[in-house]
Design a binder for this molecule. Structure first.
Ligand code: SF4
Length: 315
């Protein structure tokens, strides 16, 4: 839950802006609290327009919609700010969602298993960013060389996004392993796909230390199968999202050109939220995803191979 402290901090930030009309965006997990939050913002004298579209990250700023509705402030809750390719059309403020966890007791439990890793790069998601410092201290006290990288799109040192592993990738040749602190498979698996070294997960829900190598191998096999299938296919849809942090039209143009060069038919397909229903009825055999990398995980829903832009060279 978004606690009272976070709501208080948000109200203070909004009060300083003295907005007349606020556009409010939040992730699905905060839906239950959103009326309470909007009520507190309305007490500041602002009218609040509550977005009902799903929101998965600060890549998905609805600033153009906010502007069209005459809002003078966009309030984005639940995600940290990330670098976007353009300035937002209305001023935006962010209130991220943090869970403060000191992972030292868990690291203590697993310190033997970390034995072969003398140098470690620590990564996490925005939610657990406060775990980085105590983890670094603990590991250094136990003789490890610890690296925490500065991301290029994400905000905090050590933070990775599904579309930004730059806090980790430069350390691939310097460390023995990467250690992800947090929960879920999407982020550590995405990192495992980008680096050569082992990615370990210290899972805050299960308290287990896991090695992602076998899942990485499985992912590589699935990807190879999808590329093999796509080789036989003729008609490709190149997916572009209009969400500001997911929109890569230049990449889509290059992908289309490369597909054409390989004798494929290719069309650039644009939508805000990319879902299988929106392309139903279109004559498409395979897709290339130029938006959020999370989409490529959903290939079963699309019932077609979904490639990443770099896979096109393997066709
Ligand atoms: S991984 Fe996807 S949802 Fe997350 S920030 Fe990147 S584009 Fe947005």
């Amino acid at each position: 839950m978004f606690d009272e402290k976070a709501i208080g901090s948000l109200v203070d930030k909004v009060a300083k802006k003295k907005p007349r009309r606020v556009f409010l965006q939040y992730p699905e997990g905060l839906k239950l609290s959103i009326f309470d939050i909007s009520e507190k913002l309305e007490r500041l004298g602002a009218e609040v327009f509550i977005s009902c579209d799903p929101c998965f990250g600060s890549c998905d700023m609805k600033d153009l919609e906010a502007k069209a509705l005459g809002c003078d402030l966009l309030v984005h809750i639940g995600h940290t700010e990330m670098k976007l390719p353009r300035k937002t059309a209305v001023p935006a403020i962010y209130e991220d969602y943090r869970i403060d966890i000191d992972p030292t007791h868990l690291l203590d439990e697993h310190i033997q298993a970390l034995g072969p890793c003398e140098s470690i790069c620590l990564v996490t998601t925005a939610q657990y960013i406060s775990a980085i410092e105590p983890a670094k201290r603990f590991l250094e006290e136990h003789g490890k060389k610890v690296y925490v990288g500065q991301p290029s799109l994400a905000k905090h040192p050590g933070q990775i996004l599904g579309c930004d592993h730059s806090a980790a990738e430069p350390f691939d040749n310097m460390v023995d392993c990467f250690l992800f602190l947090g929960t879920g498979r999407f982020h550590p698996l995405g990192l495992a796909a980008k680096v050569k070294k082992t990615v370990l997960v210290l899972d805050f829900e299960t308290s287990v230390l896991e090695n992602m190598n076998s899942e990485r191998d499985m992912m590589v096999r699935i990807k190879t199968m999808q590329i093999e299938k796509a080789k036989e296919m003729k008609r490709f849809g190149v997916l572009v999202s209009t969400k500001p942090g997911q929109s890569h039209p230049g990449t889509a143009e290059k992908v289309k050109k490369r597909l054409k060069g390989k004798g494929k038919d290719a069309r650039i397909l644009v939508m805000d939220q990319i879902t299988p229903e929106k392309i139903l009825g279109m004559k498409i055999d395979a897709l290339v995803n130029c938006s959020c990398p999370r989409l490529s995980e959903d290939f079963r829903q699309f019932k077609k191979p979904i490639l990443d832009p770099e896979d096109v060279d393997r066709l």
